[in-house]
Design a protein around this ligand. Structure first.
Ligand code: BG6
Length: 470
């Protein structure tokens, strides 16, 4: 669609940026925080662990002052459950409460809207030892944690995200890590965990609307439109299979209250459907999100399954993510999109396409909670970082978002990954995403000084002009 004129970005658009607790805070065992599953994961020996990360726990004032200088209108961060409730449930750790209260106050001081993720991959280890998400008691534990958050921060935080990338946790559990000596759950166990997370999320959204009526809450999913590798009808079916199983099945449950019909039949056929107890359907039906939070990095291109083991292959440059499923879909190459040096597809037009599909399906406003490019940025001797590739990446995605807005998609804001350098989930500090460079290596902590990158100044200008020149 070519328009005579592009719509402007909305007046109160949330120009923001994101982080998550375990990737930025450090202080992994300080002030009463207990270990989460992330702290207990087996870490590749050549990659930084999460014990210090970017030391945001001690430097949040300096960091938020820099975010304010960049002009951010929103800062998306996650709360570590293990700081608030070190035993997963029970006694509240006041030091944890006061840390996040200070972070929120610091944001407010500069007029930055805090956007809070309640759960970003970091289940308390003590709950994992009791069966984790496989145990229905974890649903109550999560709802109790939610209540503590709403009681303490509900008055100061308007935008809330329940669970970050539930679809990644269920579909690619190895991408985040494995407990020391542990093994990956079976797919049956994973879909049971998924069902419990869905119930926890639904009960939390309902509670939220009772306790924080002025706020907005939504799930944060990694959404990706799929292209068929050719106009062969079997490729179209395979692309639809994977789009449903990877994306819509995870968003349909919070919005419509039940699984996508195709996904439900698929789970039944493979004997991996979750056990559903009496009352579960009502719980799921009873809750509604106010918006969809979307993490968007890339699209995928899909061909028909050949029905044998050759359907499955590791994602280029990333052995931890297996793509393809026998009898469902196989990954294919796309000559029309770019790739990062880590093999991730770069597809700004696919961003517009994914936004259109998501809005058409749910008719809920969309908040982008992640989008960005990982690169081994270089700190120059004069303290500058020339990350023109990041500027290019974000500029193109924002232009496509503006087209999507012109297409009629309702957008709340854009919080790319990441506000500041964070530890990449399994590629440490050699893969950076931030607008602000953190001077440390994989193991040498150096001085952890902060250095705005070129993208920092560029984004500052975008925010100042409300995206007018995009
Ligand atoms: C998202 C996660 O999936 O991707 C983030 O929510 C993560 O936590 C980001 O850091 C980028 O992935 P990676 O593996 O490059 O860190």
């Amino acid at each position: 669609m070519i328009y005579k004129e592009l719509k402007p970005f909305p007046e109160h658009f949330l120009w923001g940026a994101s982080t998550s607790a375990y990737q930025v805070e450090g202080a992994a065992a300080e002030d009463g925080k207990s270990p989460s599953i992330i702290d207990m994961y087996e870490h590749p020996s050549d990659v930084a662990d999460f014990s210090v990360a970017s030391d945001h726990y001690h430097r949040y004032k300096e960091d938020i002052a820099l975010f304010a200088q960049m002009g951010l209108k929103a800062y998306r961060f996650s709360v570590a459950w293990t700081r608030i409730l070190p035993r997963g449930t029970g006694a509240v750790n006041e030091k944890g409460i006061s840390f996040y209260r200070d972070v929120i106050a610091e944001c407010r001081k500069y007029g930055i809207e805090p956007v809070v993720t309640m759960y970003h991959f970091d289940l308390p280890w003590c709950l994992e030892e009791r069966g984790g998400w496989g145990n229905r008691e974890t649903i109550d534990a999560f709802v109790n944690y939610a209540r503590v958050l709403f009681e303490n921060f509900g008055g100061d935080v308007r935008y809330w995200l329940t669970i970050n990338e539930q679809n990644t946790m269920i579909l690619h559990p190895g991408a985040i890590g494995l407990p020391k000596g542990g093994k990956l759950p079976s797919r049956k166990e994973l879909y049971q965990q998924n069902h419990h997370m869905m119930l926890a999320q639904a009960r939390t959204m309902k509670l939220f609307h009772e306790m924080v009526p002025q706020g907005m809450i939504g799930p944060a999913l990694n959404l990706t439109a799929m292209y068929a590798a050719s106009c062969r009808p079997e490729d179209a079916i395979a692309a639809h299979n994977w789009e449903v199983l990877r994306c819509w099945n995870f968003a349909d449950v919070p919005v419509y209250g039940w699984y996508h019909p195709l996904a439900w039949e698929y789970m039944n056929d493979r004997d991996i459907a979750p056990e559903v107890q009496e009352g579960d359907r009502e719980i799921l039906k009873d809750a509604k999100p106010d918006f969809i939070a979307m993490n968007y990095y890339s699209t995928a291109t899909i061909a028909a399954s050949r029905g044998d083991a050759s359907d499955v292959a590791a994602r280029a440059g990333d052995q931890q993510i297996m793509l393809g499923e026998q009898g469902v879909y196989r990954p294919a190459e796309n000559e029309y999109v770019g790739k990062t040096q880590y093999g991730w597809v770069v597809d700004p037009v696919g961003f517009r396409y994914t936004l259109r599909k998501t809005y058409e399906r749910y008719h809920l406003p969309i908040l982008i909670t992640e989008n960005g490019i990982g690169a081994p940025d270089i700190l120059e001797p004069d303290g500058s970082v020339h990350d023109g590739y990041r500027i290019e990446f974000i500029r193109e995605h924002l232009h496509q978002m503006r087209l999507a807005i012109t297409d009629g998609v309702e957008m709340l804001g854009y919080c790319p990954w990441a506000a500041i350098d964070v530890v990449s989930t399994h590629q440490g500090y050699r893969k950076r995403y931030g607008f602000i460079y953190v001077d440390r290596d994989e193991f040498d902590l150096k001085g952890l000084e902060r250095h705005p990158k070129d993208s920092f100044y560029w984004y500052q200008n975008v925010i100042k002009e409300n995206g007018e020149s995009l």
